[in-house]
Design a protein around this ligand. Sequence first.
Ligand SMILES: [Zn+2]
Ligand SMILES: [Zn+2]
Length: 137
Amino acid sequence: MTNPKQSGSCLCGAVTYSFNTDPIGMGQCHCRDCQKVAGGAPGHVVLVPKVALTVTGTTKTITLESASGNQVGRVFCPDCGTHLWFDGGEGLPFYPLKVGTLDDPSDYKPGAVLWTTSAQPWHIIPDDAALFDKDIG
Ligand SMILES: [Zn+2]
Ligand SMILES: [Zn+2]
């Protein structure tokens, strides 16, 4: 991302956010959970340091066990249902933020691709990213 300041919102605009730093990474995830919540596509995320994210509006979080067996919160707008970011708990210093909610997602380029074993035949997997069968590590 070249833009030093990014902003974004849910579909209805009740929740908006901004951050004043570059994402510390970008990734996409083909696990079945991401496919379900995204309506079929993989999850495309930019990693934003938690301390950098400013949020307006009220979000709701549903915490479920991920494909990796971790408790992962999915933060969304309670009005329109847009999934905004993940919250992996206090051990994770960043939020994987759904790239489609950015006002300008054009600079997205995933460096890591997770859960390629769950990818659908019609998903596009970039060949210049680090590929992982399942989760990292
Ligand atoms: Zn909304
Ligand atoms: Zn996933």
